[in-house]
Design a protein around this ligand. Structure first.
Ligand SMILES: Cc1cc2nc3c(=O)[nH]c(=O)nc-3n(C[C@H](O)[C@H](O)[C@H](O)COP(=O)(O)OP(=O)(O)OC[C@H]3O[C@@H](n4cnc5c(N)ncnc54)[C@H](O)[C@@H]3O)c2cc1C
Length: 478
């Protein structure tokens, strides 16, 4: 795609300088090897773009040298974690250097005294969770992609996930960040201090900045004691309305903040059953609600799940299945966590949205999504984090041709986003804006807010070389 921005191409001389910085074996230009870096988990071809070169640094100093070179030569740089993103954030839409953090994959320290883990950005979230657990501790960040996504990507997206209801999104666990600035300096904001108001809260400006304001090279993560007991409930309902209405009842009337509170609609249940190739209980149900509770006393966990089970039954649940051992719990979670992959069995190309509304508005939002799906005769399976109002509603392309699909998407998304704003919600709860939702951002976000975001970008990255074309477009005149 042609673009009006005045970036320069990666020349042979620049390739040579990159090789001097990271070593020739860590500079990739072979198209076949670069292909995997041309996309993330967004399935549509329009959100794919080949980098001019992939560079794999191992230290913050190497990244700083790359950024200084890129600034001097005006070349875009796109940081990349594991590439599991769902907004084309790690795709080099304007070409240039793809900066892969995959070699920065060490857990640097587990500090038991202060309850911190210090890690490089290329460690998978699952490895962090497992290491913490082996020491009797909890890292509470838990996106469904934990086994594959990197912690640096979680920080850049402020990943949410399953346990956000009780423990918050990634930002809640990040107390310090080492950053390479777009201009190639290295600095650390925050660290292991639990309280720190020394100047602006730049740590939490960087968290969620989608790789547009700085490159994260070291992360200080807060850990907490591992809850001794957990139990999971799988609760089928014969109507989505009944299923979703139970959510505020648990949160407000039950007096319990569950660790997780998820839902799946009938299409998602069927897709999971097909993908996992095993019979799921009540797979003809209209909806599943999946709930996890945890605590330090067995009695408290039992009391909590009994209260929740009772509330579900009073609200018309077909059954309440309780899993209090690891293998039964894993079985329940597999059906929820395979959502993205399972939908590919229904339609290899789809458009997954990530809207968020106040939890009391979920029933209305889901009813509206159903109405819109009927109006445009398109399937929109929904699933998501009911406990925090975050709904993944996914338009399936099926066998439509490209022009029909794009036209349909535009109309359907316009209705969905308008509805979300009417209900007091927002465009993205956890997947970010990236390249994919940039147009919607410019249409729906408050112009004053957009202006503030753009002026922050300009102050930190005056040449607009770090991950340009994400969240908003660079100015036509750099
Ligand atoms: C099956 C599946 C389930 C998912 N479930 C969830 C979920 O429950 N919750 C959720 O929030 N997300 C979920 N996601 C989305 C995705 O996994 C998250 O957004 C994740 O945080 C991305 O991490 P990554 O390492 O793959 O980052 P990438 O996709 O590589 O990059 C994402 C963004 O981060 C930037 N970035 C990466 N590393 C750095 C760095 N070190 N410094 C600066 N910027 C950087 C990139 O430039 C890009 O903008 C899911 C995705 C899939 C495929």
């Amino acid at each position: 795609m042609a673009h009006p921005y005045k970036y320069n191409p990666v020349t042979r001389e620049i390739l040579q300088q990159l090789q001097e910085i990271v070593g020739p074996q860590n500079v990739v230009v072979d198209e076949e090897k670069m292909e995997v870096y041309s996309r993330d988990e967004v399935s549509e071809a329009m959100w794919q773009k080949m980098p001019e070169v992939v560079v794999k640094p191992e230290t913050a100093a190497q990244i700083a040298a790359i950024m200084r070179l890129a600034n001097q030569e005006l070349i875009p740089v796109t940081p990349r974690g594991a590439g599991t993103g769902l907004s084309a954030g790690a795709v080099p839409m304007l070409g240039g250097i793809l900066l892969s953090l995959e070699r920065m994959n060490k857990i640097l320290e587990l500090d038991r005294e202060n309850l911190f883990m210090v890690v490089e950005p290329g460690v998978t979230t699952g490895e962090i969770q497992k290491t913490a657990m082996e020491h009797g501790l909890l890292y509470a960040g838990d996106p469904c992609s934990a086994d594959s996504s990197f912690i640096g990507g979680n920080v850049a997206e402020n990943a949410g996930g399953n346990k956000a209801v009780k423990y918050g999104c990634t930002s809640r666990h990040v107390y310090g960040l080492e950053i390479v600035t777009p201009q190639g300096e290295i600095t650390t904001f925050g660290g292991k201090c639990v309280k720190d108001v020394t100047g602006y809260d730049i740590v939490h400006l960087m968290v969620g900045s989608e790789g547009t304001l700085g490159i994260v090279t070291k992360i200080y993560l807060k850990l907490m004691p591992l809850p001794k007991y957990t139990a999971d409930l799988l609760v089928p309902f014969d109507s989505m309305e009944k299923a979703i209405e139970v959510v505020p009842k648990i949160m407000a009337n039950g007096g319990i903040i569950p660790t997780c509170l998820e839902f799946m609609d009938k299409y998602s249940i069927k897709a999971a059953e097909m993908y996992l190739n095993r019979q799921l209980p009540y797979s003809d149900a209209a909806a599943y609600v999946i709930i996890e509770v945890d605590g330090s006393s067995e009695k408290q966990v039992e009391d909590d799940y009994e209260t929740i089970g009772r509330l579900c039954l009073e609200n018309g649940a077909l059954e309440v299945f309780v899993a209090d051992n690891l293998s039964a719990q894993e079985k329940i979670w597999k059906s929820r966590k395979c959502y993205a992959e399972a939908l590919r069995m229904l339609s290899p190309v789809y458009c997954m949205e990530d809207i968020v509304v106040p939890i009391s508005k979920i029933p209305e939002a889901l009813k509206e999504i159903e109405r819109i799906a009927e109006k445009y005769a398109v399937k929109i399976p929904s699933c998501g984090h009911a406990g925090d109002g975050n709904i993944h509603c996914t338009l399936l392309k099926e066998d439509r041709d490209e022009p029909t699909w794009h036209d349909l998407k535009e109309k359907v998304l316009d209705e969905i986003y308008s509805m979300v704003y009417r209900l007091g919600g927002n465009l993205s709860g956890e997947h970010g804006i990236g390249a994919k939702r940039k147009e919607a951002m410019s249409k729906y976000a408050d112009p004053v807010q957009l202006k503030i975001l753009q002026s922050i970008k300009k102050a930190l990255d005056p040449n607009w070389i770090l991950n340009p074309g994400k969240i908003f477009d660079p100015p036509a005149q750099l």
